[in-house]
Design a protein around this ligand. Sequence first.
Ligand SMILES: NC(=O)c1ccc[n+]([C@@H]2O[C@H](COP(=O)([O-])OP(=O)(O)OC[C@H]3O[C@@H](n4cnc5c(N)ncnc54)[C@H](O)[C@@H]3O)[C@@H](O)[C@H]2O)c1
Length: 433
Amino acid sequence: MNITIIGSGYVGLVTGTCFAELGNKVICVDNDAQKIRHLKTGHVPIYEPGLEDLIKKNVRKKRLFFNSDLKSAVKKAEVIFITVGTPAKGNGEADLTGIENVARNIAHCMTGYKLIVEKSTVPVETGEWVKRTIEIHNHKKHKFDVASNPEFLREGQAINDFMHPDRIVLGVESNKAKNILTSLYRPLKAPILITDIKSAELIKHASNSFLAAKISFINAVSEVCERVGADVTRVAQGMGMDKRINELFLDAGVGYGGSCFPKDIDAFVTISEKLGYDFGLLKEVREINLAQKHNFIKKIEDNLWIIKNKTIAVLGLAFKPNTDDIRSAPAIDIIKRLEAEGAKIKVYDPCAMPKAREVLKGIKFCKDPYDAARESDCLIIVTEWNEFKELDLVRMKKCLKRPLIIDGRNIYEPQQMKKLGYKYISMGRPKVL
Ligand SMILES: NC(=O)c1ccc[n+]([C@@H]2O[C@H](COP(=O)([O-])OP(=O)(O)OC[C@H]3O[C@@H](n4cnc5c(N)ncnc54)[C@H](O)[C@@H]3O)[C@@H](O)[C@H]2O)c1
């Protein structure tokens, strides 16, 4: 099929490249001309394992193209995916300016039937607005369908998630749209759920909110664990062995972040409010998540007493491992808060430092974890990269001014750390003194 993807970010690039890999002819469009220039010269602006090679392969096979000219891209495609960003506005609502712009521009450029698919995460009823917008601007009255196909990929394993999804959700209003999308996705051999558009939109918001709720739930449990000297990792293990619960998203820590959960939960709370429902449960999920960062900082204060002029080594900037994405990453908030208290910060992250340099000024970016630890008063762990799980902790101890590690991701065994001579503080686990 001829496919156009509008918005060449994490989701757009992965989606476009994978559709090309499945044998389709794909044009990825973006209104950031520099991004398109980079992509045309083989430079991939994001870090996503395996993506660069797959892009190169499909460009070589002439199945994947990059373009900033929306008009020609719309003309050539039968199916158009909208994958632009839907960031949070100050009031918690999703900012749908990009979606509206794209819908209007598609309408102006239509030359025949088009299936317009919203893949960006959007509040329920956005599909109706997209349809209305296209109707208004589609002066030549070309036929079109709108569909919703929310994306569930996870950064860091996005290609695998796209190619082997648990399910594909298709919100459609016509048989034609249903047939086009089911045949497009057929090669993946994944379960396909066909719904109406509003239900599809809600599946995405409800899924992300549910996963965030799981994280906040275990973080709340970890608070109780700390108060009684129980171990939240054992509690989570015991809960997770129940198939109805499962062990995923049950890791206590500094809380969730990233470009999706925080904004999607805000948007879900806000759209629910607009529709007359007070989603108090999700408001609490948000509060617990915020509290985790405060709890973590309090652990640092409890152990360093005065933060001012102390040097703190931070391992991890990305909101999770295997990505360079620092959008709403807990590390950024934590660093800014410690800096505000007068700490000197040294950081290391395997991938996210180039992006972090743009938002964090006046801190020292280090060449490796040991470099960060050298002459620091304590080491804090904020992202659970595998690299950090495999550190030479004997060497690390020699680098630090004092052997103090405050671990926001529970990556080490407390007993082992005690044996190594560390004062080791983690989340929701008994102190080993
Ligand atoms: N990142 C994820 O893990 C993930 C997973 C599932 C769903 N989503 C959702 O997918 C959507 C995109 O997320 P992302 O992480 O890829 O965002 P992103 O910021 O990485 O990419 C969005 C791209 O759209 C481009 N863009 C914005 N307005 C445009 C316009 N008018 N015309 C053309 N291009 C435009 C931007 O320049 C950018 O390159 C969001 O709604 C997000 O919530 C993201």
